[in-house]
Design a binder for this molecule. Sequence first.
Ligand SMILES: Nc1ncnc2c1ncn2[C@@H]1O[C@H](COP(=O)(O)OP(=O)(O)O)[C@@H](O)[C@H]1O
Ligand SMILES: [Mg+2]
Length: 397
Amino acid sequence: MKHATLSPLPYKAMTVAGVMSGTSADGMDVALVRITPGVEAPRLRLLAHFSTPYPAAIRKEVLSAMNACAASVADLSRLHWRLGQLYAKAILEALQKYPTKLALIGCHGQTIYHQATPQRYCGASVACTWQLGEAAVIAAATGVPVVSDFRPADLTLGGQGAPLVPLLDWVYFRHVQRNRVLQNLGGIGNLTVIPAGASASQIFAFDTGPANMVIDAIAEICFQKRYDRNGAIAARGRILDPVLQEFLALPYFSAPPPKSAGREQFGREFSQRFLARCKKISHRPEDAIATATAFTARTLGIAWKQFVQPTLPATPTDFIVAGGGANNAILMQAIAAELASFHVHISTSDGFGLPAAAKEAVAFALLAYQTWHQRPGNLPAATGASRLAILGKISHA
Ligand SMILES: Nc1ncnc2c1ncn2[C@@H]1O[C@H](COP(=O)(O)OP(=O)(O)O)[C@@H](O)[C@H]1O
Ligand SMILES: [Mg+2]
């Protein structure tokens, strides 16, 4: 490890594109970010943000690659290249709408498999993670160097390889007098805890469990909808308490952090089980959506009571939500109800100059900037890694 600090000396100002595709497999977010050296850490300014949905055929391929027990190697390889093309196209379109001289790209890629807990495989213990989207394709098409494959370096140090957004959370949201808790509501929910005045090494983070993943799956199966827009279906439904109780008892929610989650635990099979239990009690599919929505909120409440509240200094706390789930009014109301007795101030990241949909893409712009300057991007207190690591691989244009 060369530099275990965030000190600004060798940094220079750059405009960086961050590109994110999350576990929802809904599409690509491109953030154009101006990053300049700062006294304690880099400073960031979001120049523009664009969301591009995956074409339906690509989304289908991505989801089937994620869910498959056996996938064709040829198809995986083609998808890897095809996603590289799509990321390049999304970046070039962003630059057309917001012309700027881009120095670097950080592309997370599309996770198709993430297994942070080592398992026996071919005579050895193996943990692994795999993101698709060939960076060489992106570098060639854009003429800009690309940092990709951010997660493996952390994983090889015993970390979960996730979450990686906490560095951005600390750089952008830290406050001397206020505790800041950042909650992302993507397919999976991730939470970062930044006590007032904390250094980067004093913050922690973990995945709370599914955020939109189960809601989306049930919306697709029962309503042929990609998601429950603004929580309209949940608003008509009734929460099925026995189902909540059963699924909240799963060991994931009481397990102490660090921990990370994905489609491997909370994907199609889990959602089908959840839905089947709902159907046993109620024949109204809106009740299943209402229950899945309540489930997400309750998992945040459990995480808060067990792992967050006890660690916070007695000073005001901001709970700042980002990710697509911030648009789900019923989910946001249910989260507010969970946290009501804790007197936290709830808002979305929009109020801090980072649109809820852009935050993760901005994080990968920052992480690419770190890597380019041979600086670490993971926070061991968040991932569980044994030390800081320079993340990713660089593909030159
Ligand atoms: N208007 C909306 N109402 C309800 N849910 C929404 C809305 N917009 C987005 N979402 C939810 O957010 C998800 C996408 O969020 P995102 O932050 O991109 O997640 P990921 O990082 O997993 O891709 C969608 O799948 C959907 O569940
Ligand atoms: Mg997304």
